[in-house]
Design a protein. Structure first.
Length: 60
């Protein structure tokens, strides 16, 4: 089971595309996937580590 991280900095949330590439910007009002627009999601722990981002767990 993958562990996904909610990482926020200055009120901005880190999001990646379905391949784990990021950061990606969310689009206001988007509710479904249409054509070429990539899906976005929270990154996994390994994707965050590959980006070189240091983080520490705050809550369980």
């Amino acid at each position: 089971m993958k562990e996904y991280l909610y990482l926020e900095h200055d009120g901005k949330l880190l999001l990646v595309d379905n391949e784990g590439n990021g950061p990606r910007k969310p689009q206001m009002g988007r509710v479904n996937w249409i054509g070429d627009s990539p899906l976005i999601r929270l990154p996994t722990t390994s994707e965050v580590n590959e980006m070189g981002i240091t983080w520490e767990k705050k809550k369980n």
